[in-house]
Design a protein around this ligand. Sequence first.
Ligand SMILES: O=C(O)CCC(=O)C1=CC=C[C@@H](O)[C@@H]1C(=O)O
Ligand SMILES: [Mg+2]
Length: 335
Amino acid sequence: MQPNPFPSLDALRGGAHVVSLPMRVKFRGILHREALLLQGPAGWGEFSPFPEYDDGEAAPWLACALESAWHGFPEPVRGSVPVNATVPAVAPEKVEAILARFGTVPAVKVKVAERGQALADDLARVAEVRRLLPEAGLKVDANGGWSVDEAVHALTLLADYGLEYAEQPAADIPGLRAVRLELARREVPVPVAADESVRKETDPLLVAREEAADLLVIKAAPLGGVRRALDVVAQAGLPAVVSSALDTSVGIRAGVALAAALPELPWACGLGTLSLMEGDVSEQPLVPDDGVLAVRDPGVSEALLARHAASPARSAWWIDRLERVYSRLIGAPEP
Ligand SMILES: O=C(O)CCC(=O)C1=CC=C[C@@H](O)[C@@H]1C(=O)O
Ligand SMILES: [Mg+2]
């Protein structure tokens, strides 16, 4: 039998802390972001799959946390990473205050296609960002919320604002491919980026084989860690941009390690999301400074872990989840 390459469950439980961080603004319908943080010999790791994910979808997130805390990261090829501001699906009058939280940034990503909103809301939000930052790179993220026809129509109009790319304009790989082909046919200059179609697919390379996207949005945790994500990009043969999973500084550190190790980094990364949160676990949070994040370990503060500790009931829920997902990851029967 092969030795178990993973730390024991007791070692994981021993170094685990569950936190609940308040958001400044609702994002993905969330007002509190919960995370389980693990301390290991190489540092801290973050296990924070969204609560609705099942154990199978949560397993790569644990692999990423173990890489961070037990193995550390591959060598960076750059010392800092450009970062975009992220604007949730808010009314235009709220955009300025949100952008102000990010400071100077080279690019802005705007959420669009939010359920319950109309295309006019998206156009108004994007127009407001463009008015405030005429020179910034601009991209939109629909999180798969449009049909193919809606996506083509919306992006034809949004293209007037000058878009670097549109993230997940349709829900699945055939939809992305259809949007990409139709935009090309109409000569609408908006590249298609795949996000959910990489991180939620059992085969993260399918989108590339199907020629359904021009670039990949990659996240360290859902792809099973920095090394695995680098491997996906190398095999896909497409350019990539790194994004957060709305993490604490510990998870952002893994995203920075990924962005810093990619051979090419043509776009600003979605790693500025701590600016959307009210608190963090580090005294030196990984928030962008002048549009960049330095490649550094943020450190974790015992006092902040205590201040943001989740309730006993939520902590127990996360420890239970950790145990189940650990068993799945090492291929053992559940405890
Ligand atoms: O990419 C960014 O600018 C910020 C991160 C971001 O948008 C996301 C973080 C967490 C969950 C996702 O729904 C969302 C995304 O779709 O990329
Ligand atoms: Mg996205």
